[in-house]
Structures are given as C-alpha cells and as structure tokens.
Design a protein around this ligand. Structure first.
Ligand SMILES: Nc1ncnc2c1ncn2[C@@H]1O[C@H](COP(=O)(O)OP(=O)(O)OP(=O)(O)O)[C@@H](O)[C@H]1O
Ligand SMILES: [Mg+2]
Length: 219
C-alpha cells in the first residue's frame, strides 16, 4: 500500500474544507480524484504534500506517518505535488526549471538520466530548453510542470488538474504522458473535474463532494 488517509480534516481559519476524508492509493496505481469547483480537491492534494496544515486524521505513506512533515521533507521521501503551471519560474529557462526539480542530493545524482527521460517523454521541452518558461504555451508549461516533478525522483505524484486551460486534443496527449509516467512505476493521484476525462485511464476513482468522499466509481 502506498498512501493511506484516514478521517482527514482540513480548515482554512474557521472554514472547514475537508470533513473526514479517507482513501487509499495502492502502490503503482493511477488513482483519480474528481469533484466540482471548490469541493476540496486541491486542498486534499496540498494536505498530502505538506502545503496546508492538517487539523485531524492520519496520513501514512509506505507505512510511515507523514502528517506534519514539510513539503521538502515529503519531496525527500518521493512525494511531489505538481501544481498549476503558474508555479513555474517564468524568468528562468526550461532547462533551469527542470534542474530546480533536482535540488535534493539524491535527485541531483540522477539528474542526467532523469533529464533524458523527461526529454524523451516531452521532446517539445528539449527543443525549447533555452527558452524562458514564461514564454511557453499552456500545454508546454504543463509538460514542464510534470517534467520538473520527474526530475525530483518522485515515487508518488499528486497532479492537480493538468487539463486546465488545454484544448481537448492536447488534454488527451497530456493524459497519455501521465499514464506513461505511471507505467514507469510512479504512483499517481490525479485530480480532474470530470470523470469522463479520466474514467478509461485510472485504476480507481474517488469523488469529493463538499469535502467528503462521495462515491468510489470503480476500483
Ligand atoms: N488559502 C485558502 N484560504 C481560504 N479558503 C481557501 C483557501 N484555499 C482554498 N480555499 C477554499 O476552500 C474550498 C476548497 O478549495 P479547493 O481549492 O480545494 O477546491 P477544488 O476542489 O480544488 O476546486 P477547483 O475545481 O476550482 O480547483 C473553496 O471554497 C476555496 O475557496
Ligand atoms: Mg483545485
């Protein structure tokens, strides 16, 4: 078992967003989380990745408790958040952004191999490696965000709405590459708004409704 979440509660100030979420992601799975705007999908991913504090409940990864660990500590354990593309460094090149993903010693040692992998998955990034990240198209920027996650030797990637702002054709290509990343042995928790987009691609789906797990569509 990879990730196990039990009765997770998250607040922003007094605002109670996650009301006792429980879910399990098996090692090697590509698991989906779906739900409408504002129901707590991003908050769940951020809680897992140490980016928002958890009020109550437990999270374990490969059998070890991870509640309260910082985002860098979690990256060191292989847990990486792939956020919307605005988290890229616009004034740095594609290659520099990728190398920032490899800032930990373990990842730095593997940087050359991982860079080859990223460029084979996303040849467009290789073509544009000297271009400033701020000048990339939406689809290219999303590739860069995923590539940077791969550079950090991720074992578990929490990917937040990679389809956001992409044309349908490009979304399909993006989801293909996420499946390819999963096929390399990386466990993935993928957030999207619509089940239709991911139903044929994931091993399990969890639906969040008003901060609670509503249904397990298939497992
Ligand atoms: N930093 C914050 N401070 C206060 N409230 C927040 C904060 N971040 C999110 N919220 C609120 O928490 C709720 C859940 O937000 P979240 O971003 O998790 O939703 P989501 O399911 O990812 O939505 P979307 O599909 O629009 O991305 C929303 O009502 C949002 O306004
Ligand atoms: Mg969101």
């Amino acid at each position: 078992m990879s990730l196990e979440i039990r009765d997770l509660h998250v607040f922003y100030g007094d605002f109670h967003v996650l009301h006792g979420v429980s879910l399990t992601v098996e090692e090697g799975q590509l698991a989906g989380v779906i739900g409408a705007n504002g129901h707590g999908k991003s908050t769940l991913l951020k809680a897992i990745c140490g980016l928002v504090p958890v009020r109550a409940g437990s999270m374990t990864y490969r059998g070890e408790r991870i509640n309260g660990l910082s985002a860098p500590d979690l990256v060191a354990r292989g847990i990486v958040y792939v956020a919307e593309v605005r988290h890229l460094f616009a004034q740095m090149t594609v290659r520099e952004n990728l190398m920032l993903g490899a800032y930990l010693p373990r990842a730095r040692k593997a940087a050359a191999r991982n860079l080859d992998q990223v460029y084979s998955l996303y040849p467009r990034l290789k073509e544009r490696e000297r271009q400033l990240a701020g000048t990339l198209s939406g689809g290219e920027a999303q590739m860069l965000a995923l590539g940077r996650g791969l550079m950090s030797e991720a074992a578990f990637m929490a990917i937040d709405e990679p389809s956001l702002g992409l044309a349908p054709g490009l979304t399909a290509t993006m989801l293909d590459t996420i499946q390819a990343i999963n096929a390399r042995g990386i466990t993935i928790l993928l957030v999207e708004q619509s089940l239709a987009l991911i139903a044929d691609r994931v091993h399990a789906v969890h639906e969040i409704e008003e901060g609670r797990i509503a249904a397990l569509a298939h497992a």
